[in-house]
Design a protein around this ligand. Structure first.
Ligand SMILES: Cc1cc2nc3c(=O)[nH]c(=O)nc-3n(C[C@H](O)[C@H](O)[C@H](O)COP(=O)(O)OP(=O)(O)OC[C@H]3O[C@@H](n4cnc5c(N)ncnc54)[C@H](O)[C@@H]3O)c2cc1C
Length: 493
């Protein structure tokens, strides 16, 4: 559908000419998010700067029955911000105001376009930070984080986005402005804040967020374990948790990722290691050294050939930069890559990682791994050449088989990147028809005409009754789907 001139004029009257764009370069730039395997140009991109402008635009699009999507920084990795049916993209980048810092209540109120890392930078001098730290935190927005309920390396100890949001202001798809929560914990009645967080931009557009601030730890110790097998690195993860210690973070990089980060960032990881495990402990100075020594022993007992400690802040920063910029570093060794995101019980890490390696070998593509090991949140990176259609097809197949493996091992479709467009049809593998219908009824309550971010999170109408593999699921839960998914992927159960 073209962006016809009357509609454009009405948008321009609300926002001014410069904030309404449908030129080919803009439409190309907004055709996809961080998952470039899925792309479709929007009808137009509009840039509201105030809540009043936003509500007017939403009411206008609603009146014309044109679908629309809120977009933050576009770093999403599940196609959540990819326009369907030529939707209009509502870019929220101009909502980047820090409205208030309330030290007594330890909250910060921000616009959804504020970049995640900016929040911590804003309050750091007073000894606070915003705890959820996605590896994309230099670029992604807090609005996108809420929509995806994002995690990050330090969410192992501190919890994901939903644990750090106390209130929000939202605009419903008919333009109604609603506030939820406040500066205090807990509201009577159903947890609408929790419902909104992780709804992937399909319930409402978030316009203001009250976040909880976390005091900076007194000190942190960052350990690096070196391994001659991925399996032993996984054993270390289980052994630390079994011992009753919850580190702030436990992140793993495999041999292929080590090669890429060494090429790009030179953190000093050994190129002959099969895996490195980053373990960070934080808290009060008293006792942390003792705890670190216990962890060092556990790492060695479970197979680490070498364990070292970051000696100062610059060594610590070097290790974390290598982890947080690992996805980008993969560009050094492959023209493109497809990041999968699955979650499994931590204890299943060794088996599933072996399986992932075999799936890659079977299809003839390399799969690298860098992931939140402590959470059992895998990020296999499937390396392919976007100019080779056969490799593109294979990367999809490998991604599907990895998801099958996660489900079969008692896990789920996403640890933190969301369902988006990428995995919407896969929801039938995880939930029964009744469960999906119930969830969709909730979406319909907020978004009755499905004008806000259509095609995301849930299967397309008519697909709900059948599982993706063509077999009707019998009940909620993953166990009864195990065989269905396994049969589809050709993996023996
Ligand atoms: C290199 C890299 C590393 C990453 N590491 C992590 C990680 O460690 N942990 C993690 O969880 N994710 C990670 N991600 C994924 C991604 O950064 C997160 O999902 C992030 O929250 C997306 O934010 P965004 O602003 O880019 O949102 P977008 O991609 O613009 O949008 C994502 C979804 O949010 C919705 N949305 C955006 N703004 C609003 C709003 N104001 N109101 C309602 N809905 C809205 C959109 O409609 C869309 O559905 C990573 C991505 C990359 C590229």
């Amino acid at each position: 559908m073209p962006f016809e001139s009357n509609l454009r004029r009405e948008c321009e009257q609300i926002l001014g000419k410069e904030w309404v764009k449908d030129d080919p370069v803009t439409l190309y730039a907004y055709r996809c998010d961080g998952l470039t395997l899925y792309a479709a140009p929007p009808m137009a991109v509009v840039f509201p700067g105030t809540v009043e402008e936003l509500t007017s635009i939403v009411k206008l699009l609603n009146r014309h029955k044109i679908s629309f999507i809120a977009r933050g920084a576009g770093t999403g990795l599940s196609g959540g911000a990819v326009p369907q049916d030529k939707s209009v993209i509502i870019e929220m980048a101009r909502f980047k105001e820090v409205h208030e810092v309330d030290w007594e209540n330890r909250t910060i109120t921000v616009g959804p376009g504020v970049i995640n890392l900016r929040i911590s930078e804003h309050v750091n001098s007073e000894g606070f930070h915003y705890a959820p730290d996605p590896s994309s935190q230099k670029a992604c927005t807090i609005g996108g984080n809420l929509a995806e309920n994002s995690g990050g390396p330090h969410t192992l100890k501190y919890g994901v986005t939903v644990n750090h949001v106390l209130g929000m202001e939202i605009v419903l798809p008919d333009g109604e402005l609603v506030t939820l929560g406040g500066k205090h914990l807990g509201m009577p009645g159903p947890d609408l804040l929790g419902l909104m967080t992780g709804s992937e931009g399909t319930f409402a557009i978030i316009t203001k967020i009250i976040c909880r601030l976390t005091p900076n730890p007194e000190t942190a110790v960052t350990l690096l374990g070196i391994y001659s097998s991925v399996r032993e690195a996984c054993e270390s993860v289980s052994s630390i948790i079994r011992h009753g210690i919850i580190p702030a973070a436990m992140e793993m990089l495999d041999k292929i990722t080590i090669a890429a980060v060494e090429k790009a960032l030179k953190p000093g990881f050994p190129l002959d290691a099969e895996a490195v495990l980053i373990v960070e402990l934080d808290g009060l100075i008293d006792g942390l050294d003792d705890e670190a020594r216990v962890v060092e022993n556990l790492l060695k007992e479970s197979g680490a050939t070498e364990v070292s400690r970051a000696r100062d802040e610059s060594e610590r920063a070097k290790i974390w930069r290598a982890r947080k910029e690992a996805f980008g570093a993969i560009g050094q060794i492959s023209p493109s890559y497809y990041v999968q995101d699955g979650v499994i019980p931590r204890s299943k890490l060794p088996e599933v990682l072996d399986e992932i390696s075999n799936i890659g070998k079977k299809h003839g593509l390399t799969v690298a791994n860098v992931f939140h090991a402590g959470d059992g949140n895998l990020h296999p990176l499937i390396l392919y050449n976007y100019e080779n259609p056969e490799e593109v097809e294979k990367s999809h197949l490998i991604g599907e088989e990895i998801l099958s493996s996660c489900i079969r091992h008692g896990g789920a479709l996403s640890g933190e990147h969301g369902i988006g467009l990428e995995k919407a049809e896969w929801m039938t593998e995880l939930y029964s028809n009744d469960s999906l219908k119930n969830m969709q009824n909730v979406r319909t309550f907020f978004n009755p005409e499905n004008l806000l971010n259509p095609g995301k999170l849930f299967p397309q109408p008519g697909r709900c009754a059948e599982s993706k593999s063509g077999t009707s699921p019998k009940s909620t839960g993953v166990l009864d789907k195990t065989k269905i998914v396994a049969a589809k992927s050709g993996i023996a159960v």
